[in-house]
Design a protein around this ligand. Structure first.
Ligand code: PHE
Length: 394
């Protein structure tokens, strides 16, 4: 009996050792806001896509924010207090984004909110923040309507009228394309908005849109819409969508529908996820998309950021989500510091005036509370993202 008990205890000890080894080795993003600081804190809420169809966006954004707040707290925090990040998972859907905003404001009493990622989700949360006069900064929602919600709503990324034109120009000037097809996610304000921008810019430059098809997020069989796109014979196919659908589309285009490699697939920031490669494999090679940042950038601030991020998150290279979220976290901290208070109206004015050299570019907001920043074009080559070019705003 005693021996049996001993054996069980020994086994349990081994198991707990194995488990703790896993957790310490696996810094894989978890669903929380990092270590909770002690003492009186300044609470900043987060609304992020931690689970659901675009979970890699939320996980990377969370990591960027946690890293920034840790750095800021290590230097003494803001106004002599530590920042506490209170994270809510919106499960990648709109209704949970709205619920999260209510909860953070009413129950947690946050001074400001960071999030969400997908424009549709931010559009669901922003009116609640605006009504409560709690500043909200989306790190990555690019649809223009987001900041139009009101004077308490900001972002740290460029907007789609810029990004869509970048890709239209790229198609025409770099690829010499005269015909394009567009595949739109009809469930996404982001995708619908970018479709309009691209269509207008491409046609204005003399190009012709030869096919327009739609899908909704969650679809898994794209064979029939891809067949109609292929039959229209476009030189480029523009897909302003998220990686979960785009990964499947690229795979099915090459492997089922027989798209030749001369037809170039083009996309936008929503393609930025390691999962795209899991879904598309080699079919992603030879495609291009616009993004906020490239880890290949040759600047000291980006190099430092990558080194700290890798050290904290088990060697992971930060993507654009991590970069824009890291910048949004620094924006809010800088604004609280310069306002000297978390009083909402003063904080709002301070955010509007923030100027910051960010890892995703320089941030200075225009009168619409949108930064005017450069974009990068990424080429997918050999199963990896490679830096192609930088496009400055006009
Ligand atoms: N721009 C996307 C949106 O507005 C979100 C996104 C940003 C996705 C950056 C990936 C990278 O919906």
């Amino acid at each position: 009996m005693k021996r049996k008990l001993f054996l069980i205890i020994a086994l349990l000890m081994v198991a707990s050792l194995v488990l703790s080894a896993c957790t310490s080795k696996d810094p894989a993003p978890v669903n929380n806001g990092g270590d909770k600081p002690t003492g009186e804190t300044i609470k900043i809420g987060g609304i992020l896509e931690m689970t659901g169809n675009i979970a890699s966006f939320g996980q990377s954004s969370r990591n960027g924010i946690v890293l920034a707040f840790e750095e800021i707290n290590a230097k003494g925090g803001v106004l002599g207090k530590q920042i506490e990040f209170v994270l809510e998972d919106n499960k990648s859907i709109q209704v949970e984004s709205a619920t999260a905003a209510q909860k953070l404001i009413q129950q947690n009493g946050v001074a400001a909110i960071l999030g969400a990622v997908a424009s549709s989700n931010t559009l669901a949360a922003a009116p609640i923040a605006q009504d409560a006069k709690i500043p909200l900064i989306s790190p990555s929602s690019t649809n223009p309507a987001v900041t139009e919600v009101g004077d308490y709503i900001f972002r740290s990324c460029f907007i789609d009228p810029f990004q869509g034109v970048v890709m239209s120009k790229f198609a025409i000037e770099n690829l010499g394309a005269k015909t394009a097809a567009i595949m739109t996610d009809n469930n996404s304000d982001y995708s619908i908005g970018l479709t309009e921008v691209f269509k207008e810019a491409f046609t204005a430059a003399g190009g012709k849109i030869v096919s327009e098809v739609a899908y909704v997020s969650g679809d898994t069989d794209f064979n029939s819409i891809l067949t109609s796109v292929k039959n229209a014979g476009p030189e480029v196919v523009f897909i302003p969508g998220y990686y979960d659908s785009v990964g499947l589309i690229l795979d099915q285009a090459k492997n089922n529908v027989g798209f030749s490699s001369d037809i170039v697939f083009l996309g936008t920031d929503g393609w930025d996820s390691p999962t795209l490669f899991d879904l598309a494999g080699d079919s992603a090679n030879g495609t291009y998309f616009s993004n906020h940042y490239s880890p290949d950038a040759d600047s000291a601030i980006v190099k430092d950021f990558i080194a700290s991020y890798k050290a904290k998150f088990n060697g992971a290279i930060p993507d654009a989500l991590a970069a824009t979220a890291y910048d949004a976290a620094y924006m809010i901290a800088a604004a609280i510091e310069s306002a000297g208070t978390t009083d909402a109206a003063a904080l709002r004015d301070a955010i509007a005036a923030v100027q910051l050299e960010g890892v995703s570019g320089n941030i200075k907001l225009n009168e619409k509370r949108d930064p005017v920043k450069s974009a990068v074009v990424i080429k997918i080559d050999g199963g990896a993202q490679t830096y192609y070019s930088t496009v400055e705003p006009n």
